[in-house]
Design a protein around this ligand. Sequence first.
Ligand SMILES: [Zn+2]
Length: 191
Amino acid sequence: MTAHAKGAVLKARLDYVEKFFGEAGCSRLFASLSPDARAAIEHGVLISSWYPVSLYVEMLIAIDRLFGKGDLELCRVMGNYSARVGLSSVYESFGKQRDAHFANRMTPILWKQYYDTGEMQAEAVGEGKAIVRVRDFPEPHRALCLGTLGWLQAANEIWGVQGAQVTEEKCMALGDPHCEFIVTRKGRKAS
Ligand SMILES: [Zn+2]
């Protein structure tokens, strides 16, 4: 089974490259991709279309190698950034309902908008901790998980938990049966 990511997810990363590295950065990125990947995204990404996850991962690795250190850390940064940009409008709609676990109730719903396979589930463990698991994703990759980690951290902060900390304790890309993210908070709940 081929997994797909929504065009909006790819576009958020291209927007990041354009914002911080300019059109020249985008040109460098496109030039570094395989011919198929380049042809698929060079002339614009349709935000409501599905793209193969393999293409998305190729793009992430290329961005990290060109503009980061090649350690995939930039994938986490871009996940964090895309949540801050993309969730601000949702935050406006749901701002009054937010609580310590609001982000973790919302993220499994958003997962289905971003990927056409796999399932994310969140479990509250006490007031200040949650376990977020991802299962049944056929093409796991650390570049994707680091993006999810950064995204979860920003979502938790935007939706009411100051000082949210997220770690990934298990990972399908490292041979575990599922991915497991632990969300804790160091600060107090935002008012
Ligand atoms: Zn993982």
